[in-house]
Design a protein around this ligand. Structure first.
Ligand SMILES: Cc1cc2nc3c(=O)[nH]c(=O)nc-3n(C[C@H](O)[C@H](O)[C@H](O)COP(=O)(O)OP(=O)(O)OC[C@H]3O[C@@H](n4cnc5c(N)ncnc54)[C@H](O)[C@@H]3O)c2cc1C
Length: 467
């Protein structure tokens, strides 16, 4: 029987991001995908600022920035006339700690291509056409069965197999949630003539249904997203999509020159009751599904992978098993908050902007966050560790804190000597952090903060497996 340390099921954004993180850590991982190729649709097209920071660390930000564009403003049409334009976002001033202040637009298939290329560059690969059909686990490992009759034994399995996750069902984990909107939706990628590529065009109808056409940066395509009248059946054939365009807009069906991909769905918000059963983890859509409103699904999924990757690598390298418990603790609470947020955006109760950029995601209540200062400043244990300028520091030739964080290591700010091998240090602490010593986790959150580096720092390092 084949064996591996980590088996990742599903090569969507979650599985690919996790594959990259494990590959750069030298973990033996296998990534298996049921389909014969990467997913072809544009679905999750908004990359939030926090995910851009993750992509910076994973080595794909340049490719993502080069292939993406800013979010266009919305142009509202009625009766074939432009009746008004509006920003999709509540504007807010980014601070010096935010190198990527605005969401970027890029079709999901392109994001996946970029992640896949990076995985390959790091020596990883995807086994396509490999469908997992079941699993059983014991105290030492998991036996995973495939449709072709083969079995792989893994120390850990990550179900990154999407909203209809078979891994979740095999574990007997339920999803609790609600229908966000009783109306059916259609999403499609198409080419058309007669519409500019400056705006995200919206064509509302009198009955509350609406059709949007958003230019997809880096392509000649638009993403169609339509909220259809309640009780109607979404029609996703090419002719059905053309007919939708003709019904809602001033364009004719023939103006749609190509329909490359189309899918129908009903927005649901649901959360898996557990994100972990023994040696098997659920990540991404397998653990939480959202309304597409506010562009949270793909982003939350990538960040699940980013939270889990370093913990799996550390435990495989001898860190206490309890570290893995913090994945569910941190990410399930976060997903619950994101579900509420995306449902709020869908229903028009919350504006896209500060709330949706995910820069405020943090883990202050996590058992992994140790704040020992009596009077903490603006950045506390559990918070995202913001970027800052660090001029003249020999440790940071690029002059920015994120240059020091980039890579799979831990970083200690405000200490001259590394407390353990492998921890990078910076003697000073950026002013924006306030006074103190800060231990930054590999995924960019403050794990431990204290007045000085002595106190209980060694005990914390033991707990996370830094020897
Ligand atoms: C119609 C639609 C529109 C969306 N629009 C948006 C949006 O506008 N913004 C946004 O942020 N998000 C959006 N999303 C959500 C976003 O696409 C998802 O959050 C994202 O794809 C989740 O990534 P994932 O890797 O967890 O799952 P997926 O992308 O679903 O990937 C799961 C992978 O697992 C594979 N797989 C499944 N079962 C098995 C098996 N048994 N064995 C092996 N492989 C298997 C699948 O083939 C698939 O490739 C949308 C989703 C849908 C369905």
């Amino acid at each position: 029987m084949e064996t591996t340390d980590v088996l990742i099921v599903g090569a969507g954004p979650t599985g690919l991001a996790l594959g990259i993180d494990l590959a750069r850590r030298g973990v033996a991982a296998r990534l298996v995908e049921r389909a014969e190729a990467l997913f072809p649709g544009s679905r999750g097209k908004g990359i939030q600022p926090r995910t851009q920071e993750v992509f910076d660390d994973l080595g794909v930000i340049d490719a993502v920035l080069a292939s993406s564009g800013p979010y266009p403003d919305r142009m509202v049409w009625r009766g074939g006339e432009r009746v008004g334009e509006e920003s999709m976002f509540e504007r807010f001033e980014p601070d010096a700690g935010t190198p990527y202040p605005a969401p970027r637009m890029i079709p999901q298939w392109r994001t996946q291509e970029i992640l896949y290329a990076r995985l390959t560059e790091l020596g990883g690969k995807v086994a396509f056409g490999r469908e997992v059909t079941g699993l059983t686990q014991d105290a030492d490992g998991v036996d995973v069965a495939f449709a072709d009759g083969t079995t792989v034994r893994a120390c850990y399995v990550v179900g990154a197999d999407g909203g209809r996750s078979g891994i979740r069902r095999a574990l007997g984990v339920d999803m609790t949630g609600e229908t966000v909107d009783p109306a059916p939706f259609v999403v499609a990628d198409l080419r058309l003539r007669g519409l500019d590529r400056v705006y995200w065009h919206a064509f509302p109808a009198a009955d509350g249904s609406v059709l949007g056409l958003c230019p997809l940066a880096g392509t000649e395509e638009f993403q169609l997203a339509a909220r259809l009248p309640e009780g109607s059946e979404p029609e996703v054939s090419p002719d059905g999509v053309r007919e939708l365009v003709a019904r809602y807009t001033h364009l004719a069906a023939e103006d749609v020159t190509e329909v490359r991909w189309a899918s129908g769905f009903r927005p649901r918000a649901a959360l898996a009751d557990r994100f972990r059963v023994g040696r098997v983890f659920l990540a991404g859509d397998a653990a939480h599904v959202h309304s597409p409103a506010g562009g949270q699904g793909l982003n939350t999924s990538v960040q699940d992978a980013y939270n889990l990757g370093w913990k799996l690598a550390a435990v495989l390298d001898g860190a206490p098993e309890t570290l893995l418990e913090t994945y569910e603790e941190e990410r399930r609470a976060n997903a619950a908050a994101v579900l509420e947020l995306s449902t709020g955006v869908h229903r028009g109760e919350v504006q896209r902007g500060r709330a949706t950029v995910q820069l405020g995601v943090g883990y202050r209540d996590s058992s992994l966050s140790t704040e020992t200062r009596a009077d903490p400043g603006p950045v506390r244990a559990g918070d995202r560790a913001p970027d800052a300028e660090v001029p003249g520091a020999a440790e940071v030739p690029g002059g920015r804190l994120f240059d020091l964080f980039r890579g799979p290591h831990w970083t200690l700010l405000g200490a001259t000597a590394p407390p353990r091998a492998g921890v990078r240090t910076l003697p000073s602490t950026p002013e924006s952090y306030g006074p103190g010593v800060f231990l930054i986790r590999p995924d960019g959150y403050v794990g431990w903060a204290g007045e000085t580096a002595t106190e209980d720092l060694p005990a914390y390092l033991d707990g996370v497996g830094i020897r």
